[in-house]
Design a protein around this ligand. Structure first.
Ligand SMILES: *[C@@H]1O[C@H](CO)[C@@H](O)[C@H](O)[C@H]1NC(C)=O
Ligand SMILES: *[C@@H]1O[C@H](CO)[C@@H](O)[C@H](O)[C@H]1NC(C)=O
Ligand SMILES: *[C@@H]1O[C@H](CO)[C@@H](O)[C@H](O)[C@H]1NC(C)=O
Ligand SMILES: *[C@@H]1O[C@H](CO)[C@@H](O)[C@H](O)[C@H]1NC(C)=O
Ligand SMILES: *[C@@H]1O[C@H](CO)[C@@H](O)[C@H](O)[C@H]1NC(C)=O
Ligand SMILES: *[C@@H]1O[C@H](CO)[C@@H](O)[C@H](O)[C@H]1NC(C)=O
Length: 667
């Protein structure tokens, strides 16, 4: 009967199968047996099928131990086998012991010895080192520096990982995770076991993810912005680590972009366009972009302007313009029958053949811009009736410069064609000069008589029609004159008017009467007291003697040509005769009484006529009568009606015919 003591305890029960013995490498292990039939029995230990020790119990001869194992194997006196400093390798075996004694049946026992090391320095490593979401296979590898692992258990956040889940594959030393997700982050533990020891190691797994779908924000949120506005773009996205964000514009990172925030102040149109936010996970290098478009509009300059022009082929070109603006304003002539198709950006033109329908027709241009709408219009019209204007001046070389102006209101502006004595005046010459806009003709001549002999015509035309007028200029003349004394009779103001077509470059104011200064002069003749320029319409005379009689007249001149003197005006007690009568007497007409009677009667008639008509009228001077008589029979416009009175005539008091006899009220 063999008693098995096992490695530790002692068993009296005969083993059925091999007795399992786990031993730590380096320790002393004894496979104990107790053979009750002592002495002389032969004991044989085999390692697997190889006999390693034989001995006769109780003999003095040392046990026979296989040479290769003599350092390790030692037979005890009772037949038990000890393994000294058992190495990890080679000694994990089935050991069989057989006792043989003559007359007794062999006794046999089997030990299954397993040599282990303690588990030490276990660790988990991740493959690859960076766990990035979306990876197809990610593995956690376990490693042990020492010890044979019999069992591994993986845990995530304390719960054992179920190896049957398709998300995981549990392999010898690896845990494979399929389709790594951010949910796989956590605290991983690995428990390693063998019969001698148990170790647990941990790994905190961080799964990098993102940038996720970026969130863009534009504040204030508007469909478009106006130049000068301010706007803030912001951009962010979830991610681990939090992704960096930059705004890209025009091919590079916008310098103002800071942590995904870009503030743009005082916007200009060039800042419009696509802004792209680029998000980057600095660890995983994952990139993500998202764009937004900024529309920046700018108002066009001012307001749309409509105009109409004559083309070379005498058509009408309607134009509509509105400069500037972003986008360019869209313009249209909706009122034109096919105007629906006539649209343009910024500038638009439409050429129409002149027709009856266009005269006085208002063409509207509608302009549209995202920021504002506006319209303008233009009305083309043919030239209207007009009156020529005349001015005269003397050149330094003594020539008289006559300026004729024909200005007819028309749209487009009328172009003036000038004719002199029926022949077209073209271009500029020594004698003629036409202003750039054709409305003025300047004629220079030494001899005024030459100028006033001929007809001047101007034809104002635009594509819609024309108006013409023929003028014959008048020589220097005065249409009207009057005299206004002051209360004391010591000063007078002489005023006069000039017919509109008369050429005048100066006036000679003349007086007949006592000398104003000590200079001795004959009082019977007119003498020049003042010279006035062509623009003058009045003259003042001072230091008059209220007791004396004075006569005044004005002689107009054009260059060297003198015109007819004005009517004489008289002041002072005199001889009771009118100026005209005095002139008559001075001329030597003998029948004074008759003249007195005629002039008195004339005066009476004149006064009574004025009273009857209830409206004082400017007497028409002889010079004017003459001028009118010399007019060509073409219809002369009534300048008194068409022209506003000159500035000066406004200041002139109403003309009152002089009384026949001056009363001696003034002292
Ligand atoms: C020991 O014996 C058992 C049972 O016969 C067997 O399963 C095992 O493989 C043997 N061990 C060795 C190391 O031979
Ligand atoms: C285990 O780790 C410790 C400390 O890092 C080291 O001193 C020891 O040598 C290691 N043991 C083995 C078997 O690698
Ligand atoms: C894992 O994380 C937990 C808490 O988050 C911490 O207490 C522990 O020390 C970490 N373990 C390792 C190995 O970093
Ligand atoms: C033309 O324009 C003027 C002012 O620019 C405006 O008063 C008038 O109403 C417009 N006429 C039309 C027909 O649009
Ligand atoms: C025409 O030109 C003259 C001289 O250049 C100028 O004085 C005048 O004002 C112009 N008239 C118009 C209607 O433009
Ligand atoms: C001026 O012209 C007129 C008319 O042609 C002529 O009679 C007169 O002699 C001319 N005077 C001078 C100074 O040439």
């Amino acid at each position: 009967m063999v008693t098995f003591k096992g490695a530790e305890g002692q068993s009296e029960v005969p083993p059925v199968g091999p007795v399992r013995v786990n031993a730590e490498a380096g320790s002393l292990v004894t496979l104990s047996v107790l053979f009750s039939v002592a002495d002389d029995a032969l004991v044989k230990w085999s390692m697997g099928s190889l006999p390693v020790v034989t001995w006769t119990l109780g003999s003095d001869v040392p046990a026979d131990v296989a040479g290769a194992h003599s350092d390790v194997l030692r037979l005890e006196r009772d037949g038990s086998l000890s393994l000294v400093n058992v190495p990890l390798l080679f000694y994990s075996h089935n050991y069989t012991v057989v006792f043989t004694k003559a007359g007794v049946a062999d006794a046999q026992a089997v030990f299954e010895l397993k040599v282990y090391e303690r588990l030490q320095n276990a660790s988990i490593t991740a493959e690859p080192a960076l766990a990035v979401e979306g990876r197809e296979v990610f593995s956690l590898n376990s490693s042990v520096q020492q010890g044979e692992v019999e069992r591994r258990r993986w845990f995530l956040d304390g719960e054992e990982i179920d190896g049957s889940s398709p998300h995981y594959s549990l392999q010898e030393e690896q845990l494979l995770i399929h389709q790594l997700g951010r949910g796989d982050a956590g605290s991983y533990s690995l428990q390693l076991l063998n019969p001698l020891s148990e170790v647990k190691v941990h790994l905190n797994l961080t799964v990098l993810y993102g940038p996720d779908e970026p969130v863009l924000e534009v504040l204030p949120a508007q469909p478009f912005y106006e130049s000068g506005d301010s706007v803030t773009l912001s951009c962010r996205a979830e991610g681990l680590p939090v992704p960096s964000a930059d705004w890209l514009f025009g091919g590079g990172v916008h310098p103002g972009s800071q942590r995904g925030i870009l503030t743009l102040t005082n916007l200009v149109v060039a800042q419009g366009g696509s802004y792209t936010c680029q998000l980057r996970n600095k660890l995983s290098e994952a990139l993500r972009t998202k764009s937004t478009v900024l529309l920046i509009y700018e108002r066009p300059v001012g307001y749309p302007e409509c105009s109409v022009h004559a083309t070379v082929s005498d058509d009408l070109q309607y134009r509509c313009q509105w400069p500037g603006g972003a986008p360019r304003p869209s313009l249209a002539f909706p009122s034109v029958s096919d105007g629906g198709s006539v649209t343009g950006l910024g500038a638009l033109s439409l050429t129409l053949a002149p027709s009856e329908g266009l005269d006085w027709r208002t063409i509207v241009c509608r302009a549209q811009h995202p920021l504002l709408e506006a319209s303008c219009n233009v009305t083309a019209r043919q030239p209207v009736d007009f009156l020529p204007r005349v001015g005269a001046d003397v050149d330094p070389d003594g020539r008289i410069a006559v300026t004729l102006e024909c200005l007819s209101d028309a749209v487009p502006d009328a172009v003036v064609t000038w004719l002199r004595a029926g022949r077209v005046v073209s271009g500029s010459s020594n004698q003629h000069q036409i202003s750039g806009n054709t409305t003025r003709l300047t004629v220079r001549h030494f001899n005024v008589s030459e100028v006033i002999r001929e007809d001047f015509s101007c034809i104002c035309s635009n594509p819609l029609g024309n108006k013409s007028r023929t003028t014959r200029l008048l020589g220097p003349s005065i249409s009207d004159s009057s005299l206004l004394p002051n209360q004391e009779g010591t000063a007078v103001t002489l005023t006069w008017e000039v017919p509109p077509l008369s050429l005048v470059t100066g006036f000679d104011v003349q007086m007949r009467g006592p000398a104003l200064d000590e200079t001795l002069q004959r009082s019977g003749e007119f003498r020049s007291i003042q010279v006035k320029p062509g623009s003058a319409r009045s003259a003042g005379v001072l230091h008059l003697d209220p007791e004396s009689t004075y006569h005044f007249r004005v002689i107009p001149s054009a260059g060297r040509m003198a015109g007819e003197p004005s009517m004489q005006n008289r002041i002072g007690p005199g001889d009771g005769l009118s100026g005209a009568a005095v002139a008559g007497i001075a001329a030597g007409i003998p029948c004074g009484l008759l003249a007195l009677l005629i002039s008195t009667a004339l005066l009476y008639l004149s006064v009574s006529h004025c009273r009857r008509s209830g409206q004082p009228r400017y007497p028409v001077s002889r010079a004017v009568e003459k001028a009118v008589a010399s007019q060509p029979d073409s219809a002369l416009p009534d300048y008194n009606k068409l022209h506003a009175p000159s500035e000066l005539s406004l200041a002139v008091p109403k003309f009152v015919p002089p009384p026949p006899v001056r009363t001696a009220t003034t002292v």
